[in-house]
Design a protein around this ligand. Structure first.
Ligand code: NDP
Length: 288
């Protein structure tokens, strides 16, 4: 028999999770603040609970996939949590993950926080690359690892309940930088006789080729020596930046997305770090 699951939250993501567990034969009890969204899952075999407390009482393993941390607190108010295994897949900050873990432990529950690295259509789809970062109770993760691996891959990143969120947000933040760069690149060719469809594959190939720079930065951070093995030094990169700025001006494109990064590189160079690459920018960003 498959482990019974209670799921609080039948939004876009919660519904995708529920369908994956139902398809794998897990009994699923679902609750949603707006009942209609939970009832849509009844056709797939889910049991619909009338309240969050009733849903929590139905299974030891309780998955939360709500809008934000406040909605988790609201939904669980009044539910008996002693002896429950709470897995919170609601996106939050590291501090929220830690506070929610302490809150759950005070109420006698084990707690695992999760950060979903996927969009709903990737959930339960074979080879989609979807996975979830988990952190918090190692015992909970060991016991329910197989069940948690049904909708998406699992990556346990430590006992600190804030680490899943921290990994999640680190990856999303890096992605934001990439989206900023893509926006700027497409803006540059706007109005020219270059098709966005022709630039796109070049951008994909180039970004994939450059992404391993993360390994070089990691090695520099670990050793504390930011100059070892540098192939594109900061002095050269800052000089090259002026070409990027002038091209943006020629093309009538604002540099507002990229100039903050370029300014930091120039500051690091002015501080006397010509032989580094851009790793030193990390030191400028850290404010404590
Ligand atoms: P939706 O907006 O589709 O669903 C939000 C859910 O939260 C609904 O079930 C909603 O209930 C519920 N909710 C909101 N406020 C409260 C409250 N105060 N009390 C109780 N329930 C509440 O969002 P998703 O399902 O897409 O997202 C859920 C979580 O998954 C979020 O934390 C999101 O960041 C995360 N996630 C989503 C991804 C995505 O691509 N969709 C990707 C990765 C993570 P109701 O139906 O009553 O409004």
């Amino acid at each position: 028999p498959r482990t019974p699951i209670t799921l609080l939250g039948a939004g876009a993501m919660g519904t995708a999770l529920a369908r994956a567990w139902l398809a794998a034969g897990h009994p699923v009890t679902v609750w949603n603040r707006t009942p209609a969204r939970a009832e849509a899952l009844a056709a797939d075999g889910a049991t619909v609970a009338r309240s969050a407390a009733e849903a929590v009482a139905a299974s030891r393993l309780v998955i939360l996939c709500l809008l934000d941390d406040d909605s988790v607190g609201e939904a669980l108010e009044g539910a008996a949590l002693a002896g429950r295994d709470l897995v919170n897949l609601t996106t939050g900050t590291p501090a929220q993950g830690r506070a929610r873990a302490a809150w759950a432990e005070e109420r006698g529950a084990r707690f695992l926080d999760g950060g979903i690295m996927a969009v709903p259509p990737m959930i339960g789809a074979a080879d989609s690359g979807a996975y979830v970062f988990y952190s918090g109770s190692a015992g909970l993760f060991e016991e329910h690892g197989e069940t948690l691996a049904v909708p998406a891959g699992t990556r346990y990143v430590g006992a600190d309940p804030g680490f899943a969120a921290l990994h999640d947000v680190a990856l999303l933040s890096a992605m934001s930088g990439m989206f900023a760069g893509l926006s700027h690149a497409f803006a540059l060719i706007g109005g020219e006789d270059i098709r966005p469809q022709d630039l796109a594959p070049l951008l994909v190939e180039w970004l994939a080729a450059m992404a391993p720079a993360a390994h070089a930065s990691a090695a520099a951070l670990e050793s504390g020596d930011y100059t070892k093995g540098v192939v594109s030094n900061l002095a050269m990169q800052v000089a090259g930046t002026s070409t990027l700025v002038r091209t943006a001006q020629e093309q009538g494109v604002s540099t507002e997305l990229l100039s903050p990064f370029w300014d930091l590189m120039a500051r690091r160079l002015a501080d006397g770090h010509a032989e580094e690459d851009t790793t030193g920018v990390i030191d400028l960003l850290r404010t404590r």
